[in-house]
Design a protein around this ligand. Structure first.
Ligand SMILES: [Zn+2]
Ligand SMILES: [Zn+2]
Length: 245
């Protein structure tokens, strides 16, 4: 499978960039993970909105779902131009019913609830969930295809259950919203040190830091995570592609 970073910024997008959005492709199937502000614009450097096969959202904060509405408009307009487009499945949790309802729009997109305790099959992907430690219900995802594993932490402060959940992953796409000298726990986010510790204890092959802060020297995040994890670490950036095979 191939992971492409569409947006990597926490909270809101940097100028001309996007907040959380990740495109995962396997066997020609395109799954968009989270759809934050700016994602629909940046996605189109790679893929037309009508080429997305499914969307899954971790939670309903705007930096992860702001572009769902415009994705729906894009599919509506392109469906009219093309004559027809399949109803796009958007997977989300049901713990916030009002937000979940917005995933369904006419016959354009269809909200489908994932059950946190049950693995979900979407195209070639098998997805498992773990509720994170965040001010609103949010789910990390362990995504497997062709024997390879991507774990996406979504938004969370460090919680020990993440270690087992991320065990032996090929890539850990890990939120890193805080530098090591700050305490992100109250905000529901991880520090660089937490990311390194998680990667090390879970024995992952590669750590990718994302959901990045808007201040400071981002390279410091890599250096601090590296004090706890000796494997490969890189910062997410727009259009970074990672082949997981
Ligand atoms: Zn966020
Ligand atoms: Zn959030």
């Amino acid at each position: 499978m191939q992971l492409q970073i569409i947006g990597c910024w926490g909270g809101y997008p940097k100028a001309n960039e996007a907040s959380s959005g990740y495109l995962l492709e396997c066997e020609g199937f395109h799954l968009l993970i989270d759809c934050g502000s700016g994602v629909l614009s940046k996605l189109q450097n790679t893929l037309k909105p009508e080429q997305i096969d499914a969307v899954i959202v971790s939670h309903y904060h705007s930096d992860h779902i702001a572009d769902i509405g415009v994705l729906q408009h894009a599919r509506l307009i392109q469906g009219i131009l093309a004559g027809t487009l399949p109803n796009l499945p958007i997977y989300g949790h049901q713990l916030n019913a009002q937000e979940f309802e917005k995933l369904t729009y006419k016959q354009i997109t269809k909200g489908i609830a994932y059950e946190p305790i049950a693995p979900l099959n979407v195209g070639p992907f098998k997805i498992q969930f773990l509720q994170t430690a965040h001010p609103v219900p949010c789910f990390a995802m362990r995504i497997e295809a062709k024997g390879k594993v991507l774990v996406y932490t979504a938004d969370t402060s460090f919680k020990p259950e993440l270690i087992d959940f991320s065990k032996d992953a090929d890539v850990l796409l890990c939120e890193c919203n805080f530098y090591g000298n700050l305490d992100g726990k109250a905000a529901g986010h991880m520090r660089s040190f937490d990311c390194g510790t998680l990667a090390s204890k879970a024995n992952v092959k590669e750590l990718v830091l994302t959901h990045l802060p808007h201040f400071g020297n981002l390279q410091q995040l890599v250096e601090e995570a590296g004090q706890h994890f000796t494997g490969k670490i890189q910062l997410a950036f727009q259009d970074l592609k990672i082949i997981i095979d």
